[in-house]
Each structure stands twice: as C-alpha cells, then as structure tokens.
Design a protein. Structure first.
Length: 121
C-alpha cells in the first residue's frame, strides 16, 4: 500500500485568486437573485432568512444572522422589518425563556416556501 499522499498546497497567490473568484461569483449570483426578489418587494437578505425559517423549527437571531450572512445589528433591523411586515414573529424559547426564537408567520401566504426568483424551481 502506498504511503498517504500529502495534500496539495496552494500558494498565497493561488489562495488570493480563488478568494477573488469566489467573491466575484457570489456578487453575480446575488445580483441575479436580487432582481426578481425586488419585483416582489423582497430583499436577498429577507429571502435568505425565510429559506432558513421555512423549516418551521424557529431559529435564534444568531442562527439567522449566520445563515443570512449579516452582522448582528443588520440582522436585528432585518428581523424588525420582517416582524412589522407580518412575515415572521418572535417567541420565547420554551426550553430557555432567555432565548428568543424567530418563526415564519403562518398567516404569510406560503410559509413553507420562501419567495423564489421567477423562472426557478
């Protein structure tokens, strides 16, 4: 049996180039996603939060911030707006009353399926 192979190592220049390519791809995808969402009056950040919350489980603010790629203060403002728009609501965690969980508001037309860009399944 041959000895285990050393993982290929990337140079600093390779890592920088990869980071730039990934960043560029993320920006392009976000722009493409934003257009149809804007037509529905939604933002990419709202969509990301709703994708997570659509499981119906309820999630902490930190889970939503991490999933939606937002810093905590921005996430708080986002959830505040979503509460005001009756998309989500906050509820104390039954197991730990100090924690607050965010849930999709069931009066929202499609709680199990977050808005998706037109033409996408």
């Amino acid at each position: 049996m041959p000895p285990p192979r050393e993982p290929d190592t990337l140079s600093a220049a390779d890592i920088q180039q990869l980071a730039q390519l990934l960043s560029r791809a993320e920006r392009r995808l976000t722009r493409r996603l934003a257009r149809p969402l804007e037509e529905e009056g939604a933002t990419v950040e709202q969509w990301r939060a709703l994708v997570l919350l659509a499981d119906g489980a309820g999630h902490t603010m930190s889970e939503i911030a991490e999933f939606a790629l937002l810093p905590s203060p921005s996430n708080t403002r986002l959830i505040d707006r979503m509460v005001a728009d009756n998309l989500v609501y906050r509820k104390a965690d039954m197991r730990d009353r100090r924690r607050v969980l965010v849930h999709v508001d069931r009066s929202w037309p499609h709680p199990a399926s977050p808005p998706r860009p037109a033409g996408r399944a």
